[in-house]
Design a protein around this ligand. Structure first.
Ligand code: NAD
Ligand code: ZN
Length: 349
């Protein structure tokens, strides 16, 4: 399966399938003078004698958020320069979202930018590898230092997903679910039916493809996030605060944020757009810790959400809510109202 981006120029292809990596990579590398591989260390350990046996002399990244530190950035760029990287070389970044962000940022900045290919290896990275955002972390917060730099291709070999631990699968599934909500009610229903016995890889491919297409739609319409790209933050405002406070995997916290989004959307619309009991049962059945929402501290969450970079004013918090499945809007909820919603949600659990 190939999906072509729809920008006005500098388009690229997203290749998605099982067992495609080697053939696809060679199609691209042929036109460069040299190739530098950046690989997540866990992925390297798992696949160096298999899927990645063709990868020569990779630069190994620690994996996870550690790859997005200043020290890691220094290590990657200095190593690339030591190895004589030139403008007509290609960088191939192989790993989860963290490796993709860090490797993409290194490719975007070394020699003022060289071409790179994203090879995502987690379910969550069906989201993070699309859209050209690259970043590392600051002591002031996540993803605060970065640039937009579109890859030359994304090669998503789904074989990698087979070794993902269950909690990483659930985390990535949070974003798959978000993309279904952004699309339409039919897609959400189909996804819930397909996962009624649990989240597994067998049924995931069509939903991954649909998620990529949905993300592409928002990203190509609004690359720099001045308008509808914000809708991709659905569930993320409270989600980020929960992720930070409880050190929960990103997509798991997003699911909790999505549940709050459903609650607040119902309240704002004064009607039941979302059947909260149904979604609560579904999320709990799949192992998302919704009970954590019952223990959050309103004041602490408000402080943490105030630090969310999507927030635009001081006494109100910007939220993406929904008029209906597939229909988002951006609104600012003032502090007293927001506190009330969080308290009501806690009581309802
Ligand atoms: P991750 O990259 O930290 O990977 C999670 C863990 O899984 C790591 O320990 C990694 O080593 C391991 N791993 C990776 N692939 C594996 C495989 N195939 N088998 C077994 N283990 C494997 O986390 P993630 O959830 O993929 O990505 C999260 C990151 O993505 C965050 O840093 C977030 O900020 C970023 N992100 C970026 C964007 C964007 O638009 N650029 C969007 C969303 C998220
Ligand atoms: Zn996310």
């Amino acid at each position: 399966m190939e999906i072509r981006t729809g920008y006005a120029d500098y388009n690229y292809t997203i290749h998605v399938d099982y067992g495609i990596l080697k053939d696809c990579i060679f199609r691209y590398t042929a036109s460069y003078n040299s190739v530098h591989f950046l690989v997540d260390q866990n992925v390297h350990a798992l696949y160096k004698d298999g899927l990645l046996s063709f990868v020569q002399n990779p630069i190994i990244l620690e994996g996870g958020e550690a790859s997005k530190s200043f020290d890691a950035f220094k290590h990657i760029t200095e190593t690339l320069l030591e190895r004589g990287i030139q403008r007509n070389h290609l960088v191939v970044v192989i790993g989860g979202g963290a490796t993709g962000d860090a490797g993409g940022f290194a490719a975007a900045t070394v020699l003022r930018g060289v071409d790179y290919i994203q090879v995502p290896t987690t379910l969550l990275a069906h989201d993070s590898s699309i859209g050209g955002k690259t970043a590392i972390n600051s002591t002031h917060g996540k993803n605060l230092i970065g640039v937009f730099h579109r890859p030359k291709a994304v090669i998503y070999d789904l074989t990698f997903l087979e070794t993902l631990p269950q909690h990483e699968l659930l985390s990535g599934f949070g974003e798959v679910f978000k993309h279904a909500l952004l699309k339409d009610e039919k897609t959400v229903k189909r996804l819930m039916d397909a996962t009624s016995n649990g989240v597994s890889l067998d049924m995931m491919k069509p939903f991954i493809i649909s998620g990529i297409e949905t993300k592409m739609h928002y990203v190509t319409s609004d690359e720099k996030e001045s308008g509808i790209r914000k809708y991709l933050n659905l569930g993320h405002t409270l989600g980020h605060a929960i992720e930070y406070k409880y050190k929960m995997p990103h997509g798991m916290a997003v699911v909790l944020g999505l549940y709050f989004m459903m609650f607040a959307s119902n309240e704002e619309a004064d009607r039941n757009i979302f059947d909260l009991d149904l979604f609560r049962q579904y999320f709990e059945l799949h192992g998302y810790p919704l009970e954590q929402l019952g223990t959050i501290d309103e004041a602490e969450m408000m402080t943490l959400m105030g630090k969310d970079k999507k927030n635009q004013s001081t006494d109100a918090t910007g939220f993406v809510l929904m008029h209906d499945f597939g229909q988002c809007y951006f609104t600012e909820i003032d502090s007293s109202q927001l506190k009330k919603y969080i308290s009501q949600l806690k009581e309802s659990l």
